[in-house]
Design a protein around this ligand. Structure first.
Ligand code: GLU
Length: 422
C-alpha cells in the first residue's frame, strides 16, 4: 500500500513571501522607503513556557506571535500548532494575512501565531494547559482592538474557547471579541466553521464562470482532509461536482467515478484516516497533485507544488485552500502552461472574512443568521475575485501577482496617508 507524509519542503517561507511581495512592489514601482517598511514584520514575540504534563513532568514549549503591519487596523490571523513551526514561517504567514485582509478590503492588518508542538502526542488536558499558558504569554500583544487570533492548522473552536476564557479570567469579565472561530454557544458566528471552504466554493464559482467551465460537472482532487478540505469536498459534491480524490497526512484515495464525501468522512472518523477507504484506490499525496482533473485544491501544508512537479499538474484550476502551497518557480511554470491559479490570499480568504463578521457581531452583541453571513461572504469574495481579475487582465499578470498588486497598493496607501511617526 502506498504511504507518504506531507513533509514541508526546506525553502525558507519568509524568503518566498518576500519574493512574492517584491514582484508586486516592482510592478507598482514602490519607493525604497515603502518597500523596507512592508518587507519587515512590525512586531515579533517569542515565548518559551513550561507546561505540566499528565505524567507529572514539566516540558518547555516555544511559541510565537508576529504582527506584520498595523496600518489598516487591528491585526488578524490564526494560531497553528505544528512540529515544523518556525519564526520565519510565522513571519511569512503574518505577511500573507496582511495581503489577504487587504485583498478582501477588511479593516485589518496581518498577524500569525504558532507553537512548536505535535498535538497528537498530547492529551486534551495537556493541550488545554498549553493553550492557556501560550495565551497568557501572548496576552501582552492580543486584544479585541489590537490583535485577534483565530484557528489555523491543528487548532479549533475549543482551543479558541480556552484562549477566550483565559483572557477573560485575567480581565475579570468576558471578552468575546478577543478571538474568532469560537464555538457558537460563547459568541461564535454562524457559518464560521465552514467559511473557508464556502469561500473556496464561491471563488471557484467565479473562476469557472470566467473560464467557461461547468462547476457542477467538474472533476476535483483535494489534498488535505481537515476542516477546509473536508468541507470543500462536501460542498462541491453537493453542487454536483465529482470529487475524484482526497487525502490526509497519511495518504489518499482515488476513484475516477467519484467519491462520496459523507461516506468517506465517516470512514475517517472511524479509522482516523481516509486511507483504506474501500470505494477507491490508494494514492500518495504526490500522485494526487498530478491527477487528471479539472480543479486541484491543495488544502494541507505549504510548498506542495514546486518546480519538480508543476509541469505534471493537469488541473485547469488550482484553488489554494492552504497557505503557500505553490513556490514562485512553480507559479511561473503553471502560468506558462495556462493553469489558472486562485492564490491563497484570495482563495482561502473566506475564513478571515467570516472571522471579521464574528468580531463585528461580538463587538455589537448583535448576531446574524447563517443566511446573512453567507450572503455577505459571497459579496466580499465575488467582489475580491472581480477586482483581482481586472488587475490581472489590465496588467497581463497571473492572478497571484494581481492579488498582490491590489493588496500591496492598499497597504502602501494606508502607510503613506498615515505618515511615519514621529
Ligand atoms: N487561519 C485562517 C487564515 O489563514 C483564518 C485567520 C482568521 O480568521 O483570522 O486565513
Amino acid at each position: 500500500m502506498a504511504t507518504d507524509t506531507l513533509v514541508p519542503a526546506p525553502e525558507n517561507p519568509f524568503a518566498i513571501a518576500r519574493r512574492q511581495f517584491d514582484i508586486a512592489a516592482d510592478l507598482l514601482d514602490l519607493s525604497p522607503n515603502l518597500r523596507c517598511i512592508l518587507r519587515s514584520p512590525q512586531r515579533e514575540l517569542t515565548v518559551n513556557f513550561p507546561v505540566k504534563l499528565d505524567d507529572g513532568n514539566t516540558r518547555m514549549f516555544t511559541g510565537y506571535r508576529v504582527q506584520h503591519n498595523l496600518s489598516r487596523g487591528p491585526v488578524k490571523g490564526g494560531i497553528r500548532y505544528h512540529p515544523s513551526v518556525t519564526l520565519d514561517e510565522i513571519r511569512a504567514l503574518a505577511m500573507l494575512m496582511t495581503w489577504k485582509c487587504a485583498v478582501t478590503n477588511l479593516p485589518y492588518g496581518g498577524a500569525k501565531g504558532g507553537v512548536i508542538v505535535d498535538p497528537r502526542q498530547l492529551s486534551a488536558e495537556e493541550i488545554e494547559r498549553l493553550t492557556r499558558r501560550y495565551a497568557t504569554e501572548i496576552s501582552i500583544l492580543i486584544g479585541p482592538e489590537k490583535d485577534i487570533p483565530a484557528p489555523d492548522v491543528n487548532t479549533n473552536p475549543q482551543i479558541m474557547a480556552w484562549i477566550m476564557d483565559t483572557i477573560s479570567m485575567h480581565q475579570g469579565y468576558t471578552v468575546p471579541a478577543i478571538v474568532t472561530g469560537k464555538p457558537l454557544n460563547i459568541g461564535g458566528s454562524e457559518g464560521r466553521n465552514e467559511a473557508t471552504a464556502r469561500g473556496i466554493v464561491y471563488v471557484l464559482g467565479e473562476a469557472t464562470r470566467h473560464l467557461g467551465i461547468d462547476l457542477s460537472r467538474a472533476r476535483v482532487a483535494i489534498q488535505g482532509c481537515g476542516n477546509v478540505g473536508a468541507n470543500t469536498a462536501r460542498m462541491l459534491h453537493d453542487l454536483g461536482a465529482t470529487v475524484v480524490a482526497i487525502s490526509d497526512s497519511q495518504g489518499g484515495v482515488y476513484n475516477p467515478r467519484g467519491l462520496r464525501p459523507i461516506d468517506l468522512l465517516q470512514h475517517k472518523r472511524h479509522t482516523g484516516t481516509v486511507r483504506g477507504y474501500p470505494r477507491g484506490e490508494s494514492i500518495t499525496n504526490e500522485e494526487l497533485i498530478e491527477l487528471d482533473c479539472d480543479i486541484l485544491v491543495p488544502a494541507a501544508l505549504s510548498q506542495v507544488i514546486t518546480a519538480a512537479n508543476a509541469t505534471r499538474v493537469r488541473a485547469r484550476i488550482v484553488a489554494e485552500a492552504a497557505n503557500g502551497p505553490t513556490t514562485p518557480e512553480a507559479d511561473e511554470i503553471l502560468y506558462d502552461q495556462g493553469t489558472f491559479v486562485l492564490p491563497d490570499i484570495l482563495a482561502n480568504a473566506g475564513g478571515v472574512t467570516v472571522s471579521y463578521f464574528e468580531w463585528v457581531q461580538g463587538l455589537q452583541e448583535f448576531f446574524w443568521t447563517e443566511r446573512e453571513v453567507n450572503a455577505q461572504l459571497e459579496r466580499v469574495i465575488s467582489h475580491a475575485f472581480q477586482s483581482v481579475l481586472r488587475v490581472a487582465q489590465e496588467r497581463e499578470v497571473p492572478m497571484r501577482t494581481a492579488a498582490y498588486v491590489l493588496a500591496v497598493k492598499r497597504v502602501a496607501d494606508a502607510v503613506t496617508t498615515r505618515g511615519i511617526y514621529p
